[in-house]
Design a protein around this ligand. Sequence first.
Ligand code: QAP
Ligand code: CO
Length: 168
Amino acid sequence: MAVLPILRFPDQRLHTVAKPVDAFDDSLRRLVSDMAETMYAAPGIGLAATQVDAHVRVIVIDISETKDQLQVFVNPELVSASDDRKVCEEGCLSVPGFYENVERPDRVRVRARDEHGQEFTLEAEGLLAVCIQHEMDHLKGRVFVQYLSRLKQYRIRAKLLKQDREAA
Ligand code: QAP
Ligand code: CO
């Protein structure tokens, strides 16, 4: 197990479109395990493979208080989304320190496989639904700040680049 480095916005690699997983082998299970360790270490409630520069369709989520309810989504597909939408304040491990409201469908149905290739379908609402949609966006190369105004995006980009310069 290893904690992997997390790409920071505006790293262009965050806009890479992830490819489907085609082999449910030990290397996939190592990636899932390293992503879980990276998410728990952060700490965070969700992480997409894109964020650790692995451009395959893999997501890990744990929204439990006790941090012992890992959910793994390999090759997730959105089956349906509710017409009702809800606003939730979102953050992102790739955009540290910034939290902004984003509106999304309130309920989603997702079909995915676990790290052993077992297919499942899940209906999610509330925070889990937000988290699944946020992480599935990463797999398409989309970061939540892209839902914000150009001005907010610009300010976030400038502040993170300044922090990177100061840390260098
Ligand atoms: C996505 O995000 C999410 O800025 C997962 O300094 C977030 O785990 C979905 C984090 C909110 C729904 C609602 C962010 C940690 C963690 C930060 C995360 C930070 C430290 C974000
Ligand atoms: Co994120």
